[in-house]
Design a protein around this ligand. Structure first.
Ligand SMILES: [Zn+2]
Length: 189
């Protein structure tokens, strides 16, 4: 395996990262917002990891409306702080360090928010909101390893499935983790 950065790989990484939704308001793009599911896009080059994590706020907070109680407010603050300070991808040795992180979340402010319980959104079009996190990490020992972990499916019980896409020096691949699964292998397919 080579550690050279090839232009095609950098281009592919840029394509994946810019393909992520720019707006946190999922109503702009109703096909992608599905409670229980979230997406993690990862670009790996040498010891550098750039990632974008996009999830319905419901998976991480249990609600998508503005915080109405002190408890909800604390939960929002705690969750955002965790997303900003915890590497969302790591090596099995936990060697990744955050160089840069950004969390974007706008609660929906509509009166017709959907229910906090269950997944029933059929009665009327509900307003939804997403949480989007971008991180740049440096991970010593990343080269030569093809195993990574994510803490997301353990930290958030509301996350039933996490779709993964990655670009790394050997190509591109994708995978899927279920609730509680944290380890994924970089493969090309
Ligand atoms: Zn929603």
């Amino acid at each position: 395996m080579t550690s050279n950065k090839l232009p095609a790989q950098i281009l592919a990484a840029a394509t994946i990262l810019t393909a992520a939704p720019l707006s946190a308001n999922a109503s702009d793009n109703p096909g992608t917002h599905q409670h229980g599911h979230a997406e993690l896009q990862v670009a790996i080059s040498n010891n550098q990891v750039d990632l974008i994590f996009t999830s319905p706020a419901y998976n991480l907070l249990g609600f998508e409306h503005e915080a109405r109680t002190g408890e909800q407010e604390a939960s929002v603050k705690e969750t955002i702080a965790w997303l900003r300070t915890t590497p969302l991808v790591n090596t099995p040795e936990s060697s990744c360090r955050i160089q840069d992180a950004d969390v974007h979340y706008e609660a929906n402010t509509g009166d017709d928010d959907h229910r906090d319980q269950g997944h029933d959104h059929d009665e009327k079009p509900a307003r939804h909101s997403d949480i989007e996190v971008s991180q740049s990490l440096t991970c010593s020992g990343l080269e030569g390893s093809n195993e990574l972990t994510t803490p997301l499916t353990i930290r958030f019980p509301g996350l039933e499935h996490l779709s993964l896409e990655w670009v790394w020096p050997e190509g591109q691949g994708s995978g899927r983790l279920a609730q509680g699964e944290s380890l994924f292998k970089l493969t090309t397919h």
